[in-house]
Design a protein around this ligand. Structure first.
Ligand code: GAL
Length: 680
């Protein structure tokens, strides 16, 4: 059996349930009512003080903790633990008054003013000093409070202001570059400044990539991405170090935002105790379950397979899309269970009580405006709380995946810089096209970063790895020659870590593995497509493809599909190369979904990556494995009843009954089953 882990939050050894709680937006009489209602809903953890800085420190250096003391006491008296925020996410207006230079500047030189939130330059000494002092004061004040169960560091780092281009940031960027390159000569080489007379003679000449007359130096832009992710991480580490010093036994997290490009979550996740995520799938988008599953799998993978936490989702609707659809009855429970199905050990919401004022007053809350007595949403909130109480035995159970999908933030940054053959090649799209084919077949997927240990996997997917860093080519060769299967798409292995072309025919570092050489590539225009003819395997089936065409010379690989028309007619479009004990597929174009299904089914079969259960339209099935037990999560994403037949009867954790192999799931219904014969 697989190992199980310790509960995420040792002080609350249960499925975590709760949400953001902003008591400062309500009169004190409401607090007691809140705590009682939380108990009724089965809430056991709430995030407090995320945006409370101005209340906690109304004037610089003058703290007012009285109200927060009372809130924490009330919560504790009602048996509710606290994920206490460090409150540094939104500086009070006095910060801008006293330190206007702490306000961030965009690449166009526009200042971002107070009035919203997150208006600070990540490198600002004034912000850092005040934030550190607040964190120290909070930790010292509450270190022994019995409600304190977890630290919530800042909030959604980089969400609104990922990077700042001000003079203070310029100095910090230069220091970062000095550490990276050691000398200006090394920097000039790395940035390719022989081009367009860009050679730097002094460190002071270097700036963030502010708006320039035309395309900015790509390596400068790339390094600014790296610097930005690191500058924000420095902020996180600053708070973390204070918390570790004062409360060494309280776990800490900061909430991630799915596939958030500006922040390299691989690096970040190693700095925190618990991976947590905020997710707001659009109920009006039928693809939402696929996007959500992909995001959940990323979160599990960031923590190396450990359980993680949904820190925010809405019980009903958001307020920040142009049109904000409402979750259908049952959908909040279904999507909550979907995250647990992918490894989450807790469900938190934004937010507890729907706000009465402010920019988020039309955002849903667990306690909606209408009040609990009349509310469908409230009834569903209470039902979810009851459901979660039945799931403690799943805590820490792991997801067995034999397929890995490679994602490298640095490569992503490089890929989406300007001046490329096509601006349409986007990382998220590439990942999604692979992922959805596996999702539809109930095949579990982990994400991995380059350099990760691949030995536990049978199939490694590389939807795009524009930048080949480190030993990635050797790692993939070793994996395939030992019997693994790789599938890689176009425009991979094009540049090194400085965004310099790897010469000698594309994709230079992977040519041996793939058995081919790409001479030239050409994007298709947005309205163009080509046919894709499966040459072998007898079928001669025709599919379509778009976005990209590689001009491929076979050097050991065979063409398994060729282009149908244009200059490329009859030329290889998709290839296969046997390499050692395994094989490598290469896609020189972007095939349609039907082809991806066909190809990945074939690759999974070849690799021996088996589905968790048979595929059924709109039904998702995943497995988690604990010590001595394994669990099947059966999720009906269809808005209509669906019959599912499983291999064997099983015990339903939610109803406490044995279920026959064939079960009828209501619209958006779920079944969480303990399998009789634990899979090994
Ligand atoms: C998140 C944020 C919350 C709230 C929520 C609304 O980005 O962390 O504070 O604003 O979105 O959906």
């Amino acid at each position: 059996m697989m190992q199980t882990d310790q509960p995420l939050c040792p002080r609350v050894p249960h499925m975590l349930y709760g949400g953001d709680y902003n008591p400062e937006q309500w009169p004190e009489e409401v607090w007691l009512e809140d705590a009682r209602a939380m108990r009724e809903a089965g809430v056991n953890l709430v995030s407090v003080a995320i945006f409370s800085w101005a209340w906690l420190e109304p004037r610089p250096g003058e703290y007012d903790f009285g109200w927060l003391d009372r809130v924490l006491d009330i919560l504790h008296q009602h048996g509710i633990a606290v994920d206490l925020a460090t409150a540094t996410a939104s500086p009070p207006p006095w910060m801008a008054r006293l330190h206007p230079e702490s306000l961030p500047l965009t690449a166009d030189g526009v200042r971002l003013w107070p009035g919203g939130r997150q208006q600070y330059c990540p490198s600002s000494p004034a912000y850092r000093e005040a934030a550190a002092a607040l964190v120290r004061a909070m930790a010292s004040r509450y270190k022994d409070h019995p409600a304190l169960a977890m630290w919530h560091v800042n909030n959604e780092y980089g969400c609104h202001v990922a990077s700042c281009y001000c003079d203070v940031s310029a100095v910090a960027f230069r220091r970062w570059l000095e550490r990276r390159y050691g000398s200006l000569d090394a920097l000039n080489d790395a940035w390719g400044t022989a081009f367009w007379s860009q050679r730097y003679d002094q460190w002071d000449e270097i700036l963030p990539p502010r708006r320039a007359p035309t395309l900015s130096n790509p390596t400068q832009q790339l390094d600014f991405y790296r610097f930005t992710s690191d500058a924000l991480l420095e902020l996180f580490d600053m708070e973390r170090d204070i918390l570790r010093e004062i409360t060494p036994n309280v776990p800490m997290t900061t909430n991630f935002m799915n596939f958030f490009k500006p922040v390299d979550y691989w690096t970040w996740a190693k700095h925190e105790d618990i991976v947590s995520n905020d997710i707001y799938p659009d109920p009006s988008d039928p693809e939402s379950p696929v996007y959500a599953a992909m995001s959940h799998d990323l979160m599990r993978s960031l923590g190396g397979g450990r359980s993680w936490l949904i820190m925010e989702q809405t019980p009903s609707n958001v307020n920040w899309r142009p049109h904000n659809a409402l979750k259908r009855p049952g959908q909040m429970r279904l999507w909550s269970m979907q995250s647990i199905a992918h490894g989450a050990d807790g469900i938190m919401m934004f937010q507890w009580r729907a706000a009465k004022a402010g920019a988020e007053k039309f955002h849903g809350g667990m306690m909606p405006h209408v009040g609990p007595e009349r509310s469908r949403v409230w009834r569903e909130v209470v039902e979810l709380g009851q459901n979660l109480k039945r799931l403690d035995e799943v805590l820490g159970a792991r997801t067995p995946a034999r397929v890995a999908m490679m994602l490298d933030w640095q490569s992503w940054w490089g890929l989406e810089l300007d001046s490329k053959p096509s601006e349409s090649v986007r990382m998220y799209d590439q990942l999604h096209r692979y992922y959805r084919a596996l999702y539809a077949r109930n095949i579990a997927v982990d994400f991995v970063e380059p350099g990760a240990d691949l030995s536990g996997y049978k199939l490694v997917l590389v939807p795009n790895l524009y930048m080949a860093r480190g030993d990635i080519a050797a790692d993939l060769e070793r994996f395939v020659s030992g019997g693994g299967v790789v599938v890689m798409s176009y425009f991979s292995g094009i540049v090194d870590e400085h965004d310099h072309i790897l010469l000698g025919g594309y994709p230079a570092p992977f040519r041996r593995l793939l058995g081919l050489r790409v001479q030239e590539f050409e994007p298709m225009m947005p309205d163009q497509s080509n046919g894709l003819i499966v040459s072998k395997s007898g079928s001669g089936a025709a599919f379509s493809c778009d976005q990209w065409r590689d001009e491929i010379d076979l050097e050991g690989a065979e063409a398994i599909a060729t282009f149908a028309s244009d200059y490329y007619a009859g030329h290889p479009a998709v290839t296969y190369h046997q390499f050692g004990q395994g094989g490598a597929y290469y896609l020189g174009t972007r095939p349609d979904a039907a082809f991806m299904d066909w190809l990945l089914e074939r690759a999974c079969a070849e690799a021996g990556a088996t589905p968790t259960a048979e595929a059924l339209e709109g039904v998702e099935i995943t497995r988690r494995m604990g010590e001595g037990a394994s669990y099947l999560f059966v999720l009906n994403h269809n808005p209509h009843e669906t019959q599912v037949t499983l291999p064997a009867p099983a015990y339903d954790l939610l109803t406490g009954e044995e279920r026959p192999p064939t079960i009828a799931l209501p619209p958006f219904g779920v079944a969480l089953l303990r399998e009789q014969e634990p899979s090994s």
